[in-house]
Design a protein around this ligand. Structure first.
Ligand SMILES: [Zn+2]
Ligand SMILES: [Zn+2]
Length: 303
């Protein structure tokens, strides 16, 4: 089984960015210009509770977006939900910021949009509360601005999401900057999206079908599962770590100081899921979403 198509185009995206429309420090025009200069083809301005306009050009697409936040329950657990592809002109007057996060996701779906969960490690979300969410197409495994020096060192949600995956909830993973232009929180972490159809519809379909991976640099060509082995082919990386639910597996971390473009993992008997982290010589990572193995069925119904 191959995860990606061998001859389909990839597009570089930042799906979470703030501008002066909310608490970002650069205008939408400046933000677009800077991301385009860095080779991004897809961008979403996800200002707080403000739906940004979409724009479609031949080689660049702005997805409409907004970030909605709520503080639910007795301990006011914080959830930030991003809605992509929301209808232009949508407003959220007097938002209730104490509703269950599922209500925000359901509203995004009703509007025809697609929702993902932002920075669960920064929010200190509980694994069971993440696992309870329905109809999110992804979760942020890495969120640049949630790290140092802008925030506590909580950019990386991968350990937390392994606890969620351990319960059978294998949520596809993206990386974003969530840039506010705090001096260095932009153009660092991105999502590579694979689609034959470079249009809003084509991008949304690829996102909802999991045709993407998260990265800060390494590029992934293919992930294949065959005869009990996982093989990832990529740009030159110095290490590949294959995470799973099994506490001990030999050779789950492979190193190649010269840089290798292929790494393999033998699936252990007790593995129910596997996910992959690649690192290049500069320390930049790529994350491949968890997928079920050994005929495990994840609780979203994927095999
Ligand atoms: Zn947020
Ligand atoms: Zn944000």
């Amino acid at each position: 089984m191959k995860f990606f198509c061998d001859n389909t185009s990839w597009y570089k995206a930042n799906l979470h960015a703030h501008t002066t429309v909310s608490d970002g420090r650069k205008s939408p025009e400046e933000t677009e210009k800077l991301f385009r200069e860095k080779g991004y083809q897809i961008l979403a301005f996800s200002d707080h509770w403000k739906v940004s306009p979409a724009k479609v050009e031949k080689e660049f697409i702005l997805l409409s977006a907004a970030e909605l936040d709520t503080y639910y329950g007795d301990n006011k657990e914080c959830f930030h939900i991003i809605g992509l592809n929301l209808p232009e002109g949508t407003t959220f007057p007097n938002p209730n910021k104490t509703v269950h996060p599922q209500k925000l996701i359901d509203r995004i779906e009703e509007l025809g949009g697609s929702a993902f969960l932002a920075h669960p490690q920064w929010s200190l979300n509980q694994p069971e509360d993440i696992a309870a969410l329905r109809n999110i197409f992804a979760v942020e495994v890495f969120n640049t601005t949630s790290g140092l020096p802008h925030n506590p060192d909580r950019a990386d949600s991968s350990d937390l999401l392994d606890l969620v995956a351990r319960k059978g909830y294998l949520i596809p993973q993206i990386a974003t900057d969530d840039c506010h232009w705090y001096d260095g929180d932009e153009c660092k972490s991105f999502t590579m999206i694979q689609t034959e159809d470079f249009s809003v519809e084509g991008i949304v379909k690829a996102l909802r079908n999991g045709k993407f991976y998260a990265s800060q640099g390494p590029l992934v060509k293919q992930v294949a599962v065959e005869d009990g082995r996982v093989t990832v082919t990529c740009s030159a990386c110095v290490s590949a770590v294959f995470f799973s639910n099994s506490p001990w597996v030999s050779k789950r971390a492979e190193f190649s100081p010269e840089g290798a473009t292929e790494y393999t993992y033998e699936i252990a008997k007790g593995d129910c899921f596997v996910r992959i982290e690649l690192t290049d010589k500069d320390g930049n990572k790529a994350w491949i979403s968890p997928f079920p193995v050994n005929d495990a069925i994840n609780r979203f119904g994927q095999k």
